[in-house]
Design a protein around this ligand. Structure first.
Ligand SMILES: C[S@@+](CC[C@H](N)C(=O)[O-])C[C@H]1O[C@@H](n2cnc3c(N)ncnc32)[C@H](O)[C@@H]1O
Length: 148
């Protein structure tokens, strides 16, 4: 899961603005590769990951052990439907290859927006083996929702 999504994730992350002090959430963090990339970009910030699967949480914690020890990453077991964070907690929220598992997409997106600090934009990419071609997000504060 990590390696197959890595290229798309790299492409997506290149197209959003991430400041080095941003507080970031990755929803459905899976194996933790996106959390790892985000922590390397937001060098003065903090990255949170949530996943409803105990196995994915354990995997993400292993992948990010160094960052967790440094206090730069925190991983929680939680569903997108009930995010364990106060309103307006995050500057950037990512969700890669996960939204099609969410139980109630409109309500779950509202929950994501609840914890996002400013106006959000969402981009969902069609399934394709080719390089994604849809225009990327251009807001400074984004929700990035990628699927191939
Ligand atoms: C295909 S994997 C993608 C993982 C990772 N984002 C990546 O790109 O490698 C989908 C992930 O979404 C998680 N997931 C599915 N439904 C979820 C929900 N309702 N809340 C939180 N995570 C969920 C799964 O447990 C799984 O780890």
């Amino acid at each position: 899961m990590n390696s197959s999504h890595s290229k798309l994730t790299d492409w997506g992350l290149e197209h959003i603005s991430i400041a080095n002090h941003d507080t970031i959430l990755d929803v459905g963090c899976g194996g933790g590769r996106t959390v790892n990339k985000l922590a390397a970009i937001a060098t003065q910030g903090k990255v949170y990951g949530v996943d409803y699967s105990e196995e994915s949480v354990a995997f993400t914690k292993r992948t990010n052990a160094r960052w967790i020890e440094a206090g730069r990453v925190e991983i929680r077991q939680a569903s997108v439907s009930q995010l364990p964070f106060p309103d307006n907690s995050f500057d950037v929220i990512t969700a890669v290859e996960t939204h099609y598992f969410w139980p109630d997409l409109p309500a779950d997106l509202r929950e994501v927006l609840r914890v996002l600090r400013l106006a959000a934009h969402s981009s969902s990419l069609p399934k394709s083996t080719k390089e994604p071609t849809r225009p990327p997000l251009n807001s400074s504060k984004n929700t990035l929702n990628l699927s191939v």
